[in-house]
Design a protein around this ligand. Sequence first.
Ligand SMILES: NC(=O)C1=CN([C@@H]2O[C@H](COP(=O)(O)OP(=O)(O)OC[C@H]3O[C@@H](n4cnc5c(N)ncnc54)[C@H](OP(=O)(O)O)[C@@H]3O)[C@@H](O)[C@H]2O)C=CC1
Ligand SMILES: Cc1cn([C@H]2C[C@H](O)[C@@H](COP(=O)(O)OP(=O)(O)O[C@H]3O[C@@H](C)C(=O)[C@@H](O)[C@H]3O)O2)c(=O)[nH]c1=O
Length: 299
Amino acid sequence: MKSRILVTGVNGQVVTALREAATDRPDVELIWLGRPDFDLSDTENITDKIVAAAPHVILSVAAYTAVDNAESDESTATSINAVAVGEIAEGAARLSIPVIHLSTDYVFDGTKPSPYLETDKPNPTSAYGRSKLAGEQVLAARLQNHIILRTAWVYSPFGKNFLKTMLSLAETRDHLRVVSDQRGNPTSAIDIAEALLVIAGNLLTDKDPGLRGTFHMSGTGEATWAEFAEQIFQASERLGGPTAQVEHIPSSQYPTPAKRPANSRLDCGKLEQVHGVRLPDWRSSTELVVRRLMRQSSN
Ligand SMILES: NC(=O)C1=CN([C@@H]2O[C@H](COP(=O)(O)OP(=O)(O)OC[C@H]3O[C@@H](n4cnc5c(N)ncnc54)[C@H](OP(=O)(O)O)[C@@H]3O)[C@@H](O)[C@H]2O)C=CC1
Ligand SMILES: Cc1cn([C@H]2C[C@H](O)[C@@H](COP(=O)(O)OP(=O)(O)O[C@H]3O[C@@H](C)C(=O)[C@@H](O)[C@H]3O)O2)c(=O)[nH]c1=O
């Protein structure tokens, strides 16, 4: 029997990568619910729509991800990232199925000098981070059969992300100023999608409560945003794409409405130990994504 996996969202980075990943998987039937029929800011009918779709597992992927906009629109961010997650949990509870929910490194305040563990106390510095933490809390309170997967710094050939912004800015500028006092783990949405299918398979075949709970899942290796930009341009230059010189600057010279954590590195050892999942090194995945974008633009 095929596993019926419901994904929230239609055009996001991870959703798009999931659609691709599922094409090679005859054992998986991916269904997705998204706007306009399924709008997470209108929390009225979410539960009923989930029950009607009758999946075996839910991947709760869709979110309000505009970090700076959330500062002036926290109520919408909270409605989508937390209230709606409660409704998704309610639908899953009615169907007695698990939910795998994506959360973020931005639940941490960044003051820890080493990578964050699942047992570390979240303390978000931004409205987006607060709304995502509230989503984690509402899910955990309403549904025992869940996994919260905190990931970070997602990039891909799809949608909007830092990697694509850098390449697009380099089309018109040969010098870019990028912050070098925020450190994290760049993570490819393509790698996340592959991992999500493995983890969903684990939950569908094993009822062990130890497989449930909160896990960190980001690309292997770490970088500052400036180092990430440099790696993007090295790959792009090798492949004949746009490049720019990166000036390392402190965050104080790149003011943004939302305050981002200085350190949001995630320790992903628990996921590897419990689910046997370790994401590839961010440098090799960056190369693959840049290569794909170059191929797309030359076609
Ligand atoms: N991007 C990142 O750097 C990181 C992301 N995450 C988390 O990973 C998950 C996936 O992120 P990513 O793929 O980058 O997200 P994107 O920003 O690429 O896409 C967001 C998705 O959410 C959907 N969405 C937004 N608002 C609504 C709404 N009101 N109703 C229904 N759907 C909505 C979008 O819908 P539509 O398809 O209509 O556009 C889209 O599918 C999110 O939960 C995010 O918080 C965690 C860490 C880092
Ligand atoms: C475009 C640009 C950004 N920056 C800085 C601003 C910011 O501190 C950092 C990253 O900027 P962005 O706005 O692209 O990324 P940001 O929206 O902070 O990305 C976050 O998104 C959410 C959804 C998450 O969950 C996080 O894990 C994280 O990936 O780079 C520069 O220094 N120079 C630049 O030219």
